[in-house]
Design a protein around this ligand. Structure first.
Ligand SMILES: [Zn+2]
Length: 211
């Protein structure tokens, strides 16, 4: 896959966190030289990590560009083309996840940082990516909720360990996370049977289930 055909959400070489020094105050994190209230996201009340660097480098598959990811996840845009994906009436939008489809019961609730995908680009990704073909989950989702962020939690005045999930309901922790990725909850997800023909009921089974 060349870089033109890589997902828009893929992190590219040359991008890096780029922001003023972080200051921990009694009311939460802020960037030096300003006011927290003017720096946080007005809807989600979190301080987003700012990134810089040109976006034209080699794509790093499996890693998301934080600024593109949060835009695509928030507005439910296709991870490849950043356009509004199609919705199948009654089945909802499509997600293509790295997971094992066989080990779940349906419908399932799934939390993910992966944005949705349009049908065309789901097919393209499966055609071109052998790793994805070995373990993927294609689900249709009617109800999506933005539930939190993945980011660096600052406790005792400094950054504390690897990325943590902080939910928008966690009023005590939310002010102290430097938010990197938006986390979505996919509610009542069901497998897309056109991309998972193996999960469709077999004709034999259908016959047996007729009363
Ligand atoms: Zn697309």
């Amino acid at each position: 896959m060349n870089s033109v055909q890589a997902p828009a959400v893929a992190l590219r070489e040359g991008r890096f966190p780029d922001h003023p020094t972080i200051v921990v105050t009694d009311t939460g994190l802020q960037y030096e030289g300003g006011h927290r209230n003017e720096q946080i996201d007005p809807d989600f009340r979190v301080l987003w990590e700012l990134w810089g660097g040109a976006g034209g480098g080699i794509p790093l598959y499996g890693e998301f560009d934080p600024e593109v990811q949060r835009e695509a996840a928030d507005r439910l845009l296709c991870a490849y083309c950043l356009k509004r994906p199609d919705r199948v009436p009654g089945e909802g939008m499509l997600w293509l996840l790295r997971a094992d489809a066989a080990e779940r019961s349906w419908p399932a609730d799934i939390e993910t940082t992966t944005p949705p995908i349009c049908r065309l680009h789901a097919e393209l990704a499966l055609q071109r990516c052998a790793t994805l073909r070995r373990g993927y989950l294609a689900v249709r989702v009617r109800e999506v909720e933005r539930v939190g962020v993945l980011g660096t939690l600052f406790t005792d005045g400094g950054p504390n360990g690897p990325d943590e999930l902080v939910r928008f309901t966690e009023a005590d922790r939310l002010p102290y996370v430097l938010a990197r990725y938006m986390v979505l909850a996919l509610r009542g997800a069901t497998p897309d049977l056109t991309l998972h023909p193996d999960l469709a009921p077999s004709p034999d089974r259908l016959l047996l289930e007729v009363p």
